[in-house]
Each structure stands twice: as structure tokens, then as C-alpha cells.
Design a protein around this ligand. Structure first.
Ligand code: 3HC
Length: 293
């Protein structure tokens, strides 16, 4: 493809990073019929992703929500690789979901600029780093943007497409078009701002929830219940923070605070202490709530 042919020309998708987000983004792409490679430097991470893909597909078939043939086709469309060189060489569209560190992302995008075909669009799933930070490293900044998915990515409809100053209209259209083909409802963010839309809204809710709990106004259970029963949220702010991971919440707060210097964005002491104690939410078995794993 070339960027002027937009979403129509995309056949091969490369997802970098087999963590929580990358796995489900890759599965979403495969379900939409794209030949999809999930790349990670960790073979263990890829093996776990493959197992999770298979069991997710099996459970959808068992629930009657996915046909056996469609499940088989999606699993067949997925490839797993530790070798970025080969994985990148045929990619029309890349979604990077690696560790949230600028040095790591810059190195990846520098490599992508060399290894992918010239027409390939290079997107980052980062929630804290605007793509302007890695765009120049690719040598094709007009073809770089953020494409921010939400956890769990197989379920959540939103994708924030964020353009930086030099992102082309063709790149934006291709990213929005691809998100729609993955069954999502993309939104366009015209200028980079810490937290984009969703994490700014979520942060405001979390700050208020933490204030109410810290002041002893109400229990975390009752605050969560109120968010569900009064506001119609699928889960309350404390349960949501546990699901996202308190390490991720703390990291987002640190990154936002570093960028804005605004006291309201500063990390919450209670969350920082829970993270230091290894209590990072569902994935560790304890956060604001306890979980049986
Ligand atoms: N992976 C894949 N699918 C999942 C899942 C997961 N981790 N968790 C739930 N699902 C699926 C279930 O299989 C089920 O599918 P089905 O209805 O088609 O059978 C469906 O989601 C509903 O699941 P449940 O019935 O088990 O439970 P709920 O109805 O409570 O839904 C939820 C679970 C989808 C997680 C819902 O509670 C929810 O939407 N919560 C809010 C999530 C949210 O706000 N996410 C954004 C986080 S912020 C973020 O990601 C940004 C980042 O930068 C931090």
C-alpha cells in the first residue's frame, strides 16, 4: 500500500509487545481478518499470549459468540515472533505496545523507520508519550501517530487517535479507518495533551474518589457502588484502578505530573505506597480489594 490508499491497502499488521494490551490488540486485528504478527523480545511473553489467544477463542466458541471457523481463521491469522527484522519487513501498519519508556520506544521506532516498507504507518499505543517524541526517529514523521486502546482491548470500543504537529491527514484517516475495521469507535485528538481525553476524565474521577476515601467520607466499596448505581459506570473507580493496575495508574500520574508540574496531577501517596508494597491490583492478588487468582 501507500498512505494515499489509506485503510484499503492494509493487509499485514505488526503489533509490538505481547503484554496485556498488545495481546488483545493483536487478537482484535486477527479477528478482523488481518494477517497479524505479534512481536516481543520475550519468548515467554509470546508463548503466554498464544495460550491466552487460544483459550479466549475457545471460550467465545463455547459461549456461542464466535463461530468455530472464525475462531480458527483468527488463530491462523496470528504469527508470533521474537525477530523484529523479519516481522517488520512485510508490515503495512504497526501498532507499538511495548514498555512505556521513551528510550525503548525511540529505539523501536528508529528500527521501524529502517525495517518497514516506506508506505507503512507507525502508531504507538502509548498513553503517556505523544508520538511526536518518537516521530523524528523514524525518518517519516508524517506517518506516525498515537493509537491508544483501552483495557480490555477486545471489549472496549474507544481508540484515541492522536496526531502530532506533522502527522499527515492520510495517516489520521488510515488509523481511524483501521480502528473502525477492528470494530472500534475511534475519536480524533487534534493536539497532544497529557492524558489525551479518557485518562484525563478517568484521573479526575479517581482524584475525587481518593479524596472521599482519604477523608473518611465513605468506604471505597460505597464509592464504587455509587459510581455504578448512580452514574451507570460498569465498575467503580477503585475496582477500575485495580483492573488497570496500580503500577500503571501511578506511572501515568508520575508522567503527567512531570509534564504539567500541576499539583492536581501529582501521584497519590496511598497508591504509591501500595505499589511499593507490591499490591498493584488484580494482577498481584491485592490492591484496594483482595482477589483470588
Ligand atoms: N479480556 C477480554 N474480554 C473480557 C475481559 C478481559 N480481560 N473481561 C471481560 N471480558 C468480556 C467478557 O468475556 C464478556 O464478554 P461477553 O459479554 O461478550 O460474553 C464481557 O467482557 C463482559 O464481561 P463480564 O460479564 O465478565 O463482566 P462485566 O460486564 O463487568 O464487564 C468489563 C467487564 C468489560 C471490564 C466492564 O466492567 C468494563 O467495561 N469496565 C470498565 C473498563 C474500563 O474503563 N477500561 C478502561 C481502563 S483505562 C485504560 O485502559 C487506559 C490506560 O491508558 C490505562
Amino acid at each position: 500500500m501507500n498512505t494515499s490508499s489509506g485503510v484499503e491497502g492494509i493487509s499485514n499488521i505488526l503489533v509490538i509487545g505481547a503484554g496485556t494490551m498488545g495481546r488483545q490488540i493483536a487478537m482484535s486485528a486477527a479477528l478482523a481478518g488481518y494477517s497479524t504478527t505479534l512481536q516481543d523480545i520475550s519468548l515467554d511473553g509470546l508463548t503466554a499470549a498464544r495460550t491466552e489467544h487460544k483459550s479466549w477463542a475457545d471460550s467465545r466458541v463455547a459461549k456461542g459468540k464466535l463461530g468455530q471457523d472464525d475462531a480458527g481463521a483468527a488463530l491462523d491469522a496470528l504469527a508470533y515472533s521474537t525477530d523484529l527484522n523479519t516481522a517488520a519487513s512485510g508490515a503495512d501498519f504497526v501498532i507499538e505496545a511495548a514498555t512505556e519508556r521513551l528510550d525503548i520506544k525511540t529505539q523501536i521506532f528508529e528500527q521501524l523507520g529502517v525495517l518497514t516498507p516506506a508506505h507503512a504507518i507507525l502508531a504507538t499505543n502509548s498513553s503517556t508519550l505523544g508520538s511526536s517524541k518518537v516521530a523524528e526517529a523514524t525518518g517519516r514523521p508524517a506517518q506516525v501517530c498515537n493509537m491508544h486502546f483501552f483495557n480490555p482491548a477486545l471489549v472496549m470500543k474507544c481508540v484515541e487517535v492522536v496526531r502530532h504537529g506533522a502527522t499527515s491527514d492520510a495517516t489520521v484517516q488510515a488509523a481511524m479507518g483501521l480502528a473502525r475495521r477492528l470494530g472500534k469507535e475511534p475519536v480524533l485528538i487534534n493536539r497532544e495533551i497529557p492524558g489525551f481525553i479518557a485518562n484525563r476524565l478517568m484521573g479526575a474521577m479517581q482524584r475525587e474518589a481518593l479524596f472521599l476515601a482519604d477523608e473518611g467520607i465513605a468506604s471505597i466499596e460505597d464509592i464504587d457502588t455509587t459510581a455504578r448505581t448512580a452514574l451507570g459506570h460498569p465498575m467503580g473507580p477503585f475496582a477500575l484502578m485495580d483492573m488497570v493496575g496500580l503500577d500503571v495508574i501511578d506511572f501515568i500520574a508520575q508522567a503527567t505530573y512531570e509534564e504539567t508540574g500541576n499539583a492536581v496531577d501529582a501521584p497519590n501517596e496511598r497508591i504509591t505506597a501500595l505499589v511499593a508494597a507490591g499490591k498493584i491490583g488484580r494482577k498481584s492478588g491485592t490492591g484496594f480489594y483482595g482477589y483470588t487468582r
